[in-house]
Design a protein around this ligand. Structure first.
Ligand SMILES: C[S@@+](CC[C@H](N)C(=O)[O-])C[C@H]1O[C@@H](n2cnc3c(N)ncnc32)[C@H](O)[C@@H]1O
Length: 283
């Protein structure tokens, strides 16, 4: 039985991210077929309230591609921020070191459940597309809150439950391919506010409007087969899935819905002069 919803099994996650190749493959599907040309990473990066000398921590950085926007921007580099990129996978941490050592950012191996920094250390903490991998989300968010300064901000992105996965469930249902539907994905756009509000006084949701229009269905199948949670998917089902998705093309492309967005969380509420409030409204 394929376990589609099992996004927070630690062994599976480490397997999925032990090399950067499968992540690259999944990203290339988005790059090739997304309708919104801004790009999710660019959209997120443009919302971070960077300022001179601030201390920044990214958790679950993966390949660290978000930081390409930083390195191509001279004005940002002049802000002399103290930036730490991190991941709990050896493969990703090694990749980050290889890509970024000597370029003015630090790289650490860090598990969000045990962040090796003192209380009130960071002005800005980022955790993109990674919280849904963490089973004990309460402990993870409490660790983030601990190392965030009182007037700091936490930006975290995730997906919603009406996007790509739901589309795939529907296809598997129609084709009679059995899978175990675990609806307990730990962190989504739907439950994020509720979870974050246990640790943070101020939480805001921002959505990124997008969808995929896939011309070559084989790219989509490569994506599906690269997901660790679908490792039980029989290669023999490839042709069935291929014909199913191909037959659903309209004007030459398969429409796959996406539901992505982010939350911005601050530790405290304040009055008019509160830095959290100012930063929340700076966009
Ligand atoms: C989907 S990737 C996202 C990578 C990157 N943040 C991005 O948006 O492209 C998820 C990353 O989170 C990392 N990760 C999963 N669980 C983690 C944990 N408990 N602590 C730190 N990193 C974790 C994985 O190794 C992987 O690199």
């Amino acid at each position: 039985m394929i376990d589609i919803g099992n996004m927070s099994n630690k062994a599976l996650i480490k397997e999925q991210y032990k090399s950067t190749d499968s992540l690259k493959l999944r990203k290339s599907l988005h790059e090739k077929y997304s309708v919104n040309e801004t790009g999710f990473q660019r959209w997120m990066f443009d919302q971070y309230p960077f300022r001179a000398g601030m201390k920044v921590l990214e958790l679950g950085s993966g390949r660290g591609e978000l930081w390409d926007y930083y390195f191509e921007n001279d004005a940002l580099q002049k802000l002399k921020m103290d930036i730490t990129l991190s991941d709990f996978s050896d493969g990703m941490t090694e990749h980050l070191r290889h890509s970024y050592s000597g370029r003015g950012v630090s790289v650490r191996k860090v598990d969000i459940l045990d962040i090796p920094f003192g209380d009130d250390t960071f002005d800005l903490i980022i955790a993109n597309s990674m919280l849904y991998h963490v089973k004990d989300i309460g402990s993870a968010l409490s660790e983030v809150r601990r190392v965030l300064k009182t007037d700091g901000l936490f930006f975290c992105s995730t997906f919603g439950t009406n996007g790509m996965t739901q589309f795939l469930y529907h296809a598997m249902d129609e084709l009679g391919i059995p899978y175990e539907h675990k609806s307990n994905i730990s962190f989504t756009l739907q439950n994020g506010i509720q979870l974050l509000e246990k640790q943070f006084d101020r939480v805001e949701r921002r959505d990124y409007e997008d969808a995929l229009e896939i011309e070559d269905v084989r790219d989509y199948l490569d994506y599906i087969y690269s997901m660790a949670s679908l490792q039980g998917l029989d290669r023999g089902k490839y042709d069935v899935l291929f014909h199913y998705f191909n037959s659903r093309k309209v004007n030459g492309s398969l429409h796959v819905p996406k539901e992505y967005g982010m939350f911005v969380a601050g530790r405290r509420y304040g009055g008019n002069h509160d830095p959290v409030k100012t930063q929340f409204h700076m966009q």
